[in-house]
Design a binder for this molecule. Structure first.
Ligand code: ATP
Ligand code: MG
Length: 562
């Protein structure tokens, strides 16, 4: 992990970029791309790739393209395209020019495939997927050549054209590169370049019956766009020889995009596979892709995460070549740090019990002045009504307190935040259940801010709202979506979904200060002594809804102190 204060050392990718710039490589041009597959919403892991791709371009006066890798028509959708764009912009980045699509290059890719066939470097194979996989063998043993490997060029050309024209059913034939069935790198054992798919594509419609594989589309698309540094996650390291081989077949001149791999972001208590996220949505474990428990960018946004907290997280984690697992508590620590500066302070009582101030005049209302954010004077103060009947947290009172309990108890004093010091004189209980229905207190009129008793010290300060003025708000209390650090770690026969936390959402109605009636979706608040909360996108006047972003309890800060 890197320290991000001021000057940090360059990561290994920045070192490569600077070296290339020093050597005048690519005429000093820096061009990167972010290549999402539009088959789901992007998540916090993608944020790392986005920060890297767009960040390198931004820092080195280069450009970053957004290119949708839409080579698989079956799983892709425009809904995802639009959402991915929105999320990238929300993080604060803008791609160069229009968004691009691998499908824009299907004609060119097909031409290049024909070139490969003509050079005798590709052939049409009629083996089934199972046979191809069996023939490929294992890394320590040479694979077996397909019986179709040495077809004449003319025959290959004819068959490939007919594949394109839709003459053959799905799965009956593929186009394979003719490289080396003995290579220790399995990706070089005659990889499949094209497969038949009679499928409608969200951009090219029904034009194509063959679709290129990732390995044929990606490097070539990089080449077409003049990408200089093609940054991707480590699992593509083994594809790199193939990436380079494909480019060498079609490129003339010296220019080649260079693929560089970095370690993906892994977070504990989180899954980051789009396939699994889709399952959670489709099977109703969460309400949507932007459910505030999802690790998606839109989920984090709805939860109350800020772009700054996510960027800071990615920066803190750093870029390396070795995989590791990052603590979720670090992300939570960083959003707290950011919200501490930005969130307006308010008082909300989540588990209310009534307090009656016996010596406070009935019908009187005083407007108490409260700071909106002690970290930021520019946001000023607000007025909160104070009256004879209040709500406080049930937890802030104990009838029979242990020694170290300094909050309200019979005979004991506490300060009401922005208000008076009160003293408990007794309680009214439900005779049947014994539950406390009301706490009776007296207040000390000299202890209001500005009066002589304002600085009188008591051991605890608690929050409150005036009972008659309180606003009922819905509060959604989120816990982790998974109960275990590694959700994929399950016993035989069990599903990763068995690790879902059944209590990841609890909905309560809380008593809030009345000014929150005007809270707008997306606004961030600190409920004092409780946590950070964000107004939900479904919130509206008359029904205000808050999502808990994080509690105030900082587990990461504790780890740092150890
Ligand atoms: P999934 O496996 O869930 O479908 P993916 O990696 O296939 O995800 P893509 O849309 O292909 O998703 O990813 C776009 C870019 O984001 C790729 O360059 C990929 O390497 C990068 N990326 C994806 N997941 C992570 C991650 N966890 N950390 C860093 N980069 C990631
Ligand atoms: Mg992918």
């Amino acid at each position: 992990m890197e320290n991000t204060e001021n000057a940090r050392t360059l990561n290994f990718i920045e070192e490569i970029v600077e070296e290339d710039l020093r050597n005048g490589k690519n005429d000093g041009r820096i061009q990167t791309r972010f290549p999402p597959e539009p088959n789901g919403y992007i998540h916090i892991g993608h944020a790392k790739a986005i920060c890297l791709d767009f960040g390198i371009a931004r820092n080195y006066n280069g450009k970053c393209n957004l290119r949708f890798d839409d080579t698989n028509p079956v799983t892709e959708d425009v809904e995802y395209v639009d959402a991915i764009k929105e999320d990238i912009q929300w993080l604060g980045f803008q791609w160069a020019g229009e968004a691009r699509y691998a499908s824009d290059y299907f004609d060119q890719l097909f031409e290049w495939a024909l070139l490969l066939v003509r050079k005798g470097k590709a052939y049409v194979d009629e083996c089934s997927a199972e046979e191809i996989s069996a023939h490929r063998g294992v890394p320590t043993q040479a694979g077996k050549e397909s019986a179709y490997r040495n077809r004449p060029v003319e025959e290959n050309l004819d068959l490939f054209m007919r594949m394109k024209n839709g003459e053959f059913p799905d799965g009956s034939k593929v186009l394979r590169a003719k490289i080396d069935m003995t290579s220790p790198n399995m990706h070089m054992r005659d990889p499949v370049l094209y497969r038949i798919k009679h499928a409608h594509h969200h951009r090219t419609g029904d034009k194509w019956c063959v679709y290129p594989m990732y390995d044929w589309a990606h490097g070539q698309s990089d080449y077409i766009e003049g990408i200089t540094h093609s940054l991707c996650t480590l699992e593509f390291e083994v594809h790199r020889p193939l990436y380079d081989w494909c480019l060498d077949q079609i490129a003339d001149g010296d220019y080649r995009p260079r693929q560089i791999e970095f370690a993906r972001l892994n977070l504990n208590y989180t899954i980051m596979s789009k396939r699994k996220m889709l399952q959670l949505v489709n099977e109703g474990y969460v309400s949507s892709w932007d459910d505030p428990r999802m690790p998606t960018i839109c989920g984090l946004r709805r939860r109350g995460y800020t772009p700054e907290s996510i960027l800071n997280f990615v920066e803190t984690v750093g870029i390396a070549k070795r995989e590791n697992i990052i603590e979720f508590t670090l992300l939570e620590h960083l959003v707290r740090e950011d919200l501490n500066k930005k969130a307006l302070r308010v008082m909300v009582v989540s588990n209310p019990v009534k307090v009656v101030l016996e010596n406070y005049p009935e019908g009187q209302v005083e407007m108490m002045e409260a700071e909106n954010n002690p970290e930021d004077e520019s946001v000023g103060t607000r007025k909160i009504p104070f009256s004879r009947e209040l709500f406080i947290e049930r937890d802030d009172f104990l009838e029979d307190p242990p020694k170290k309990f300094f909050r309200l108890s019979p005979g004991n004093e506490v300060r009401l935040k922005n208000g008076y010091i009160i003293k408990c004189t007794g309680v009214d209980k439900d005779e049947q259940t014994g539950e406390i229905r009301q706490i009776n207190c007296t207040y000390d009129p000299t202890t209001r801010s500005g009066l002589e008793g304002a600085n009188r010290k008591v051991k605890a300060t608690i929050h409150w709202v005036s009972a008659n003025h309180a606003l009922d708000v819905e509060v959604r209390l989120y816990e982790r979506l998974f109960m275990v650090p590694d959700p994929d770690d399950v016993e035989e026969g069990k599903d990763w979904k068995s690790n879902l936390n059944p209590d990841s959402l609890k909905v309560i109605v809380a008593k809030a200060e009345p000014g929150l009636a005007n809270a707008k979706p997306g606004e961030k608040y600190q409920f004092q002594r409780t946590g950070y909360f964000c107004v939900d996108t479904d919130s509206k006047p008359g029904k205000i809804i808050f999502n808990r972003t994080v509690t105030l309890k900082d587990d990461w800060a504790k780890i740092l102190k150890q």
